[in-house]
Write a protein that binds this ligand. Structure first.
Ligand SMILES: *[C@@H]1O[C@H](CO)[C@@H](O)[C@H](O)[C@H]1NC(C)=O
Ligand SMILES: *[C@@H]1O[C@H](CO)[C@@H](O)[C@H](O)[C@H]1NC(C)=O
Ligand SMILES: *[C@@H]1O[C@H](CO)[C@@H](O)[C@H](O)[C@H]1NC(C)=O
Ligand SMILES: *[C@@H]1O[C@H](CO)[C@@H](O)[C@H](O)[C@H]1NC(C)=O
Ligand SMILES: *[C@@H]1O[C@H](CO)[C@@H](O)[C@H](O)[C@H]1NC(C)=O
Ligand SMILES: *[C@@H]1O[C@H](CO)[C@@H](O)[C@H](O)[C@H]1NC(C)=O
Ligand SMILES: *[C@@H]1O[C@H](CO)[C@@H](O)[C@H](O)[C@H]1NC(C)=O
Ligand SMILES: *[C@@H]1O[C@H](CO)[C@@H](O)[C@H](O)[C@H]1NC(C)=O
Ligand SMILES: *[C@@H]1O[C@H](CO)[C@@H](O)[C@H](O)[C@H]1NC(C)=O
Ligand SMILES: *[C@@H]1O[C@H](CO)[C@@H](O)[C@H](O)[C@H]1NC(C)=O
Ligand SMILES: *[C@@H]1O[C@H](CO)[C@@H](O)[C@H](O)[C@H]1NC(C)=O
Ligand SMILES: *[C@@H]1O[C@H](CO)[C@@H](O)[C@H](O)[C@H]1NC(C)=O
Length: 783
């Protein structure tokens, strides 16, 4: 019904205002970088470039030449590679901008040149404005090489060339970066980051997008990008594809006012051959210099066709439209190849969820011990490496259990005798988590699910003799269907005899030697069955079992290494599609990742790719570590502030608990989780279902486009919260402090000419809140 009305309305509107409504393209201007070139990245035809200072280089035959378009910007690359310098190593050089330029975004093609895999190095560009004020723009630079199939660069090549002409088969990449720049003032120049010894930053091409110079008194809208995604939602029973449309107001923040902003209910629709918009995107507020991302739900897109994006105001009038956006059909069936699987993305539910609980529980929960800065779940590996008195785990084991007890003897002590799945899922729910990830098999090879004829090394046959994963998943599905269910799975096993032919690094495979030289000198591998190939007969079947028998929604692999992940991922995704749910794969499965997993680490700046940081409640360990004092566990403050910080940079937080061998989450861990949960119960609006925004650090923008949040980590003092930054506030907006007593009193606020915000808040209101102070601003829309 609604759709029919839209179709009828369209010709009328086009006849009245079609000329005025065509939106301009997103603008960009290249900054000349060639005069600064001082490094050659690429070798061609035997020329020997030294990109990384160690004689290694890109093979130029894989790199594009000349104009190279990505994400709305056409960069400049060399007309041919291999014949001279082609990039600059940053070292405080200054790039001048044309006079009188307000800048909306800065863009670059870059690579880091660290010698360690997958490293990320923060580099600070300095924006220098005409009044001599500055802004720091942080690029968390990816390294130029990484494991095959895992390097997420824009321009990828299959190997690097070594000095001697040999090939290193790690993938190499050039990456793309765009960042918002303040447009309060004209930008004079950009100072490139200082040289970073050991991980230098190389720039290949740099561009900027100028703010609009329009002098009309209305917003300067452009469609920044439109991404036809693999995500979908059901709209009245129809599977509708999410198209993420980013709309920018290109006016500079220097002309900030109600008139230069969008401040009423606007909708975003998509049309084009075969396309029907089922649920328009909503856009209510867009101030100068800002951008908004909205999902539009559609059906009927075909790959290779063009789509038109239409913005309408509250009266249904078209106020802007933009044509020529390449459409991609919603994937209905994945095949086991990189091209097909790379289209997969983290689903919408995962992006909205923000907070999950990780559970490290297994045989290692019985010894539950590690020396400082070691993982308790690594007990068995540590016990054997090295097997002598210089090793604290070896000494601890000898003193505690004597020389005749081996790790597999602990299997009978892993009893799960007090395990109550209802209690666990109730705890996770009250903690405010939206998903959990259970370790189903760690590097010790002991599984918590039914591994059938692949191995008997599981809790079904030994120890508790229970299918612990099934109990947990079935209970969660019935009692807490709001919690999404995920599984951790270690691809390698330390001491599985069948892994010996694949072993590498700290995952050698092959039976362990008794560390005390007692008999048997070669340790058994309890439950092992004869199979011919570890990957085909054990690893892949386990992963498929988790996908199809347990319907896991997150496959959270660890370690990578030899794998059949392409075959797995296709079945994982297709099984979920056939059953109408959406799943995701992390970046440790050896191929085609949906999201990154920094460990005990976060990013300092907003990241555009999906990421999830994981940490234990323990300051180092994931498995329960009896050597840690309970007072060292993350408390309510640390949990909430870590979560909000991560969410404000676009990530999710996976917080780990280590239950006891009996199956209990000990009180000091549970209590701290519940403390954090009590905050989320009243301030969760500022965490869940938010998108991070470019204009502030400790804040997130609500997905519901009627509000945004500011979260302060320090209690406001002297009755005032002061934010030294312009936020998208207009007169009449309502600001409240989210509070446990539910009171939502409007707080008086004002801004100065630079947009700095002062909110008045009473000491008594401040004192009712713990851990973090979440201020929610709701827009007062004009009619
Ligand atoms: C490399 O060799 C090919 C084939 O001989 C030639 O076409 C190309 O121009 C050479 N490239 C450079 C950079 O010398
Ligand atoms: C900025 O600094 C330069 C160099 O120190 C100085 O000449 C200029 O007057 C300053 N501009 C402003 C607006 O303060
Ligand atoms: C990746 O590079 C590292 C360090 O140079 C090297 O040890 C490893 O063998 C390389 N991997 C592949 C697949 O070539
Ligand atoms: C905004 O627009 C209104 C109505 O057109 C006008 O009265 C007002 O002066 C404008 N305000 C500014 C700051 O330009
Ligand atoms: C979905 O169904 C509801 C109730 O029948 C209806 O009001 C609404 O218009 C439908 N929406 C679409 C996009 O068809
Ligand atoms: C899509 O639009 C582009 C640019 O507007 C045009 O070059 C191309 O031919 C169009 N493709 C189709 C399939 O209409
Ligand atoms: C998916 O594609 C594969 C081969 O590409 C085919 O065998 C299978 O039947 C397809 N499944 C569906 C549900 O279309
Ligand atoms: C223990 O073994 C390691 C590795 O073999 C060796 O470096 C170390 O010296 C040994 N320590 C003792 C006390 O034997
Ligand atoms: C661990 O298991 C062994 C063998 O079943 C048993 O003798 C021992 O008492 C158990 N330890 C504890 C603390 O239950
Ligand atoms: C395990 O059983 C499955 C199904 O019965 C069979 O296809 C597979 O070959 C068996 N694997 C081994 C290692 O025996
Ligand atoms: C995963 O398997 C693929 C395909 O065999 C292989 O190319 C890739 O190197 C493996 N990943 C890792 C991290 O070893
Ligand atoms: C919470 O932990 C942090 C970090 O260890 C500490 O600084 C803070 O004092 C703790 N808060 C409380 C209330 O114990």
């Amino acid at each position: 019904m609604m759709l029919a009305q839209l179709v009828i309305a369209l010709p009328v509107l086009l006849s009245t205002s079609s000329i005025a409504v065509d939106l301009p393209q997103f603008p960009f201007t290249l900054l000349p970088l060639q005069p600064l070139f001082d490094n050659q990245a690429a070798s061609v035809n035997g020329s020997v470039a030294d990109f990384d200072g160690a004689g290694n280089s890109f093979d130029g035959q894989f790199l594009p030449v000349g104009g190279f378009e990505s994400d709305g910007v056409t960069y400049e690359l060399p007309a041919s590679w291999g014949s001279g310098n082609d990039n600059v190593i940053t070292n405080n050089q200054i790039l001048m901008l044309p006079e009188n330029t307000f800048v909306h975004e800065l863009h670059a093609l870059y690579s880091g040149d660290s010698h360690s895999d997958n490293s990320v190095t923060a580099n600070n560009f300095i924006a220098n404005f005409v009044d001599n004020s500055t802004q720091v723009l942080t690029l968390e630079a990816n390294n130029w090489w990484g494991w095959p199939l895992l390097n997420l660069g824009l321009i990828q090549s299959p190997y690097s060339l070594e000095e001697n002409g040999g090939k290193n088969l790690n993938q190499t990449s050039i990456f793309q970066w765009s960042v918002a720049v303040s447009s309060e003032k004209q930008l004079k120049s950009i100072t490139l980051p200082p040289e970073n010894n050991g991980a230098r930053l190389h720039l290949f091409s740099v561009a900027f997008s100028p703010s609009s110079t329009s002098t009309t008194d209305s917003p300067a809208l452009v469609i920044r990008r439109a991404v036809f995604s693999s995500r979908w939602e059901l709209v009245n029973g129809t599977r509708a594809q999410a198209v993420q449309v980013t709309v920018a107001n290109l006016l500079p923040a220097s002309v900030f006012s109600a008139n230069t902003s969008i401040n009423s209910k606007h909708t975003i629709e998509i049309s084009g051959s075969g396309i029907t918009t089922l649920a328009p995107g909503a856009l209510n507020r867009l101030t100068p210099g800002d951008q908004a991302r909205v999902d539009v739900l559609i059906t009927g897109a075909t790959s290779g066709s063009n789509a038109t994006i239409v913005i309408r105001n509250a009266n249904g009038d078209v106020v802007g439209q933009s044509t020529g956006w390449p459409a991609t059909a919603l994937v209905e069936n994945y095949s086991a190849d990189v091209a097909s699987l790379s289209a997969h993305e983290t689903p919408t539910w995962w992006r909205k969820a923000k907070y999950g609980i990780f559970i490290h529980w297994g045989v290692y929960s019985y010894p539950a011990w590690a020396p400082p800065t070691s993982y308790a779940e690594w007990y068995n590996y540590d016990l054997h490496n090295p097997p002598n008195s210089s090793n604290p785990t070896w000494v601890h084991h000898l003193e505690t259990y004597g020389p005749n007890i081996i790790y597999d003897d602990f299997i009978s002590n892993f009893t799960a005798s007090k395990f109550n799945a209802s209690a666990w899922v109730d705890l996770f729910d009250r903690a405010g988590a939206k998903y959990f990830v259970q370790v189903t098999k760690h590097h010790d090879g002991f599984a918590l699910f039914d591994t059938g004829n692949t191995t008997r090394r599981s809790s079904v046959n030994f120890g508790p003799k229970r299918n612990l994963l099934k109990e947990l998943f079935d209970t969660a599905a019935i009692e807490k269907p709001n919690l999404h269910r995920g599984t951790y799975y270690s691809l390698p096993e330390w001491f599985n005899p069948d892994y010996a032919k694949y072993g590498f690094g700290q995952w050698p495979g092959g039976l362990a030697r008794n560390p005390f030289n007692t008999t048997p000198t070669i340790e058994p591998y309890t439950g092992h069955l004869n199979i011919s190939d570890y990957i085909q007969d054990l690893q892949l079947p386990h992963m498929l079992t988790l996908a199809t028998d347990y319907n896991t929604e997150i496959m959270w692999c660890d370690i990578g290494g030899p794998n059949m992940t392409l075959e797995f991922a296709a079945e994982f995704y297709n099984h979920a599609l056939a059953n109408n749910y959406q799943v995701t794969l992390n970046n440790r499965c050896g191929a085609v990742p949906d999201f990154l997993t920094p460990e005990y680490a976060t990013f300092n700046s907003i990241q555009t790719s999906s990421w999830e940081s994981n940490e234990g409640m323990d300051p180092f360990s994931y498995g329960l570590d009896s050597a840690t004092n309970a007072s060292e566990y993350k408390n309510g403050t640390t949990i909430i502030q870590t979560l909000v910080d991560i969410v404000s940079k676009g990530g999710n937080f996976l917080l780990d608990v280590g239950p006891t061998a009996e199956g209990e989450v000990i009180a000091p861990m549970a209590d701290n989780l519940l403390d954090a949960g009590s905050w989320l119960a009243y301030a969760g609006d500022c965490v869940y279902d938010t998108v991070s925004c470019g204009w502030s650090c400790s804040c997130s923008l609500h997905h519901d486009p009627t509000s945004f949040c500011i979260v302060a980590f320090d209690a406001p003092t002297d009755g005032q919260l002061i934010i030294h930054k312009r936020l998208p506030l207009l007169p009449g907006d309502d600001i409240v402090l989210l509070s446990p007593n539910g009171s939502q009193n409007s707080l008086p606020w004002s801004t100065d000419s630079m947009g700095n915000l002062i909110v008045n808040v009473s000491a008594s209101a401040v004192s009712e809140v713990e851990y973090a102070w979440a201020f929610k601003a709701t827009y007062k829309l004009s009619q």
